[in-house]
Design a protein around this ligand. Structure first.
Ligand code: CTP
Ligand SMILES: C[C@](O)(CO)[C@H](O)COP(=O)(O)O
Length: 230
């Protein structure tokens, strides 16, 4: 894989201002170590070859902790700028986008997805460059059921659905405009915010990589993408 470059500046927003409630424990999951390196540092590193600037959102309360991790990892964490996040992922991203110029491509990525593949980042940026908005997806690997309001459930055709990952990539001016709308609880990602303004069909999907899990629960910490499939 070569170093990918576009003529427009590329900004990576790595959002890491969450509390990690489903993970539990004393430290928010983005600061936990996997094989000697913090999850957040691993994630930031994935974007260093692509981004002209990396913006990381953090909670105010986590600033000192992150500073100490960066110093412990002595030079391993690529240069980045910190923006204080908000109460929701939506607010954290909004805060970061406000610091980014309009004339740029932006890749918005969860700080807890350290196993994103270079090809996923490249394909999303390329697709966003030509189609305005692109997100990585994977096929659903389990059966799916719809929960009906009357308490019954019914099987649905899983081939009609995909599972959504990050980085979600956009032209900065367009996603910034989308983020001017008021928060809604069904905004579960950046694509849903974008689609609310620009309509269904405004976001293209590209193939993600199955290793690009969102570290969410304790068992996810055992995952090692560098162990080969048997
Ligand atoms: N107010 C928030 C909430 C979440 N995130 C970030 O959004 C990403 C995806 O969110 P999720 O996995 O839900 O993280 P948490 O909100 O930390 O987890 P939980 O819901 O279990 O508390 C994470 O990198 C998280 O740090 C954020 O930047 N600001
Ligand atoms: C943005 C995301 O990672 C795409 O799959 C996901 O929607 C985040 O969800 P969460 O509610 O923050 O766990």
């Amino acid at each position: 894989m070569g170093k990918w470059k576009t003529t427009m500046p590329v900004y990576a927003v790595i959002t890491a201002a969450g509390k990690g409630l489903r993970m539990g424990g004393d430290l928010p999951k983005q600061f936990l170590s996997v094989d000697g390196r913090s999850i957040l540092s691993r994630t930031i590193d994935c974007f260093a070859p692509y981004a002209d600037e990396i913006v990381v959102t953090l909670n105010k309360e986590a600033l000192a902790l992150w500073e100490s991790i960066v110093s412990e990892e002595s030079g391993a964490v690529p240069t980045h700028r910190i923006v204080i996040g908000g109460e929701t992922r939506f607010q954290s991203i909004k805060n970061a986008l406000q610091t980014i110029p309009d004339e740029a491509l932006v890749a918005i990525h969860d700080g807890v997805r350290p196993y994103v593949a270079p090809v996923t980042i490249e394909n999303c940026l390329l697709a966003a460059q030509s189609a305005n908005a692109a997100i990585p997806v994977q096929p659903v690997v389990e059966s799916l059921r719809l929960l009906e309001p009357d308490g019954k459930s019914r099987a649905v055709d899983r081939s009609c659905y995909v599972s959504v990952q990050t980085p979600q990539c956009f032209w900065a001016d367009r996603i910034k405009k989308a983020y001017c709308c008021p928060y809604r609880s069904d905004f579960t990602d950046d694509a849903s915010v974008y689609e609310a303004l620009y309509g269904v069909g405004s976001v293209v999907v590209v193939e993600g990589n199955w290793q690009n899990i969102k570290i969410t629960r304790p068992g996810d910490l055992l995952f090692r993408p560098w162990v080969k499939d048997r």
